[in-house]
Ligand binder design. Structure first.
Ligand code: ADP
Length: 575
């Protein structure tokens, strides 16, 4: 059944149609004035309006009704066809017999019902599309943060956009030390209302754990409140009983992050409830990640703190150990210089032993100090234009006697080298370390060769494990290498030997001693110069340790600068 409204100045025809439609097929109402027509159109559930051609201002009336509701079919009732027909959705001639009139009305009503259904489906689809869009945006926002506070506010935003709630109450345990009740509201809330909402939130929360143990004990006294009011100048006159609500826990498996309840005057549909559940479920996983992230960050900063304590401890202890070495050294020099009387043979032997051991101890302490300085990014470099020849010559002079003592031949093969921009003290330390290692791990009677040459980064060939290090080099470099005929290193240990406190177990390790810090320090010094270090080796045949330092270039102001220097220094501070 549908409802027909008929507007005519002719009461006779109105009666005829009332008899025809009335009660049997359709509900039938009439009106005799324009105002009555508008009033009934607005307030009654009218499906079709019939307008008699005999009334005044047909055009105006039709336009007014259309402006109010463009979906109601308007049918012209006329004695004969005239131009007014164009304004209407259909017509009935007064000469039509009853069956024809009924057939016309019926078909118009059917069409209208179809259009109504389509319109409804269309608006449902538009609504779904909008919600999907909101869901997509909200999910993208969830993916973009590991901050609990942000995640909860994105959830509230997503719910507000899609479900237009008036108030949302969210209990959360995530982002403060204590439980928090976050209230998002379109208007401000009175004190009583706040208290009522708080109490309700606590009861809701507790109701989730009827038979189970409550994960966090809360009551309305220890619950901190965060209010987000959209229109703070307007206040709610709100009774929860007038509002519909949706409630859900925010959890993932056994993990519980809180719960949320939203309120709205317009009742929620089952689609609304399903959508609400989806968004609330969506936030749980990122909330879990946020919690883990927070935990990791906490552990990280704890580790950083411990690392700081460790490096302070190392540097204090090393300083304290080094201090007495100077007076010991002086005392030994006095003794060996004969200022306290001539030493006998045993005396000389013991004083020499003290001297050697003091030197070893000094070396160890210096390694530990250097390493802790490097790790803290505090090693200072005095860069200047220099030639690596000097570094090699100084080392050769220092090592000649040691090499002779150990029966090892130290060969230096040099070519013409361009200047580099470096810290000569530190570069000498690098080469000294490499030669010391070579001597340590080479049996008597064999050779150690120190070679230096100018090379382009493209011509440097290294093992696969050093490829990524070498990729960072561009242009010309002075490459210094120390080759020994010692015990060699397995390829699987190439990278390991540069790690701090690492010694490769072999027949000589225990005998020769060491801290396992030498190559780590060397690597950081070379890196600080914008260079690289690598090794090649074959077990039982020997090893070659090489380092490359970039050739200095003159900049516009005629100052010597080294490319990648800054990059090297930055890298250092990361270690
Ligand atoms: P250490 O001061 O203990 O020698 P390094 O960092 O200088 O520590 O060296 C680390 C380890 O690398 C050494 O313990 C040794 O096992 C290995 N190594 C270094 N240089 C050589 C070399 N020339 N031949 C063989 N092994 C070497």
């Amino acid at each position: 059944m549908g409802m027909i409204l008929f507007y005519s100045a002719d009461t006779q025809i109105a009666d005829t149609y009332r008899n025809l439609f009335g009660g049997k097929y359709f509900d039938f109402v009439t009106c005799e004035s324009e105002n009555e027509l508008y009033d009934k159109t607005e307030n009654e559930d009218i499906d079709i309006i019939l307008i008699d051609n005999n009334i005044q201002n047909v055009t105006d009336i039709v336009n007014k009704i259309r402006a109010y509701n463009e979906n109601i079919p308007l049918i012209l009732v006329a004695s004969e066809l005239n131009q007014n027909i164009n304004l209407f959705n259909g017509f009935i001639l007064k000469s039509y017999d009853d069956d024809t009139v009924l057939a016309v009305i019926n078909s118009i009503l059917k069409t209208k019902q179809k259009i109504d259904r389509l319109t409804l489906r269309n608006s449902d689809m538009a609504e779904s599309l909008y919600r999907l869009n909101v869901l997509y945006n909200t999910s993208s926002q969830f993916a973009g943060t590991l901050d609990t506070k942000e995640l909860l506010s994105y959830m509230a935003e997503g719910l507000e956009k899609s479900l237009s709630f008036d108030i949302a109450c969210n209990i959360s345990f995530g982002f403060e030390q204590e439980p928090v009740l976050i209230i998002n509201s379109i208007y401000d809330l009175s004190e009583e209302l706040m208290n009522a909402l708080k109490l309700r939130a606590v009861l809701n929360y507790k109701s989730l754990f009827d038979s189970k143990e409550i994960p966090f004990e809360i009551d309305d006294t220890n619950l901190k409140i965060i209010k987000n009011i959209k229109n703070p100048h307007e206040k709610f006159t709100f009774s929860v009983f007038q509002y519909d609500n949706l409630f859900a826990p925010i959890d993932l498996g056994d993990e519980f992050f809180g719960c949320i309840e939203i309120f709205r005057k317009k009742p929620f549909s089952s689609d609304d409830a399903a959508y609400f559940q989806t968004i609330v479920r969506q936030v749980s996983l990122p909330l879990k990640s946020a919690g883990l992230y927070k935990e990791i960050m906490g552990k990280n900063s704890e580790l950083e703190r411990l690392e700081r304590i460790k490096s302070n401890f190392i540097s204090i202890v090393s300083h304290e150990l080094r201090t007495p070495l100077t007076p010991i050294n002086n005392a030994v020099s006095i003794l060996s210089g004969g200022r306290c009387g001539e030493l006998n043979k045993d005396g000389i032997k013991f004083v020499d032993m003290i001297k050697r051991n003091v030197q070893t101890l000094k070396g160890i302490i210096n390694h530990i100090l250097d390493s802790s300085k490097i790790d803290a990014g505090k090693m200072e470099f005095k860069y200047e234009k220099m030639n690596i020849h000097t570094v090699i010559e100084n080392n050769k002079n220092n090592f000649d006697s040691v090499a002779k003592e150990t029966g090892i031949e130290l060969i230096v093969s040099e070519s013409e080298l361009p200047d580099v921009y470096g810290d000569s003290f530190r570069l000498e330390q690098v080469l000294r370390n490499l030669i010391t290692n070579a001597i340590k791990f080479t049996p008597q009677g064999r050779r150690i060769t120190v070679k230096s040459e100018l090379k382009n980064s493209d011509d440097i060939v290294v093992s696969e494990c050093f490829a990524s290090e070498l990729k960072k080099l561009h242009g010309n470099y002075v490459v210094v290498s120390v080759t020994d005929e010692g015990i060699g290193i397995k390829e699987e240990n190439f990278l390991k030997v540069f790690e701090p406190y690492t010694q490769i177990e072999n027949a000589l390790t225990r005998k020769v001693g060491g801290t396992g810090l030498g190559l780590h320090i060397v690597k950081q010094i070379v890196k600080a110069h914008g260079g690289a270090i690598w090794c090649e080796s074959e077990e039982e045949k020997g090893s070659t340790f090489s380092f490359a330092i970039p050739v200095s270039v003159e900049n516009n102001e005629n100052k010597t600068v080294q490319k990648d220097m800054m990059q090297g220094q930055k890298l250092l501070s990361l270690f």
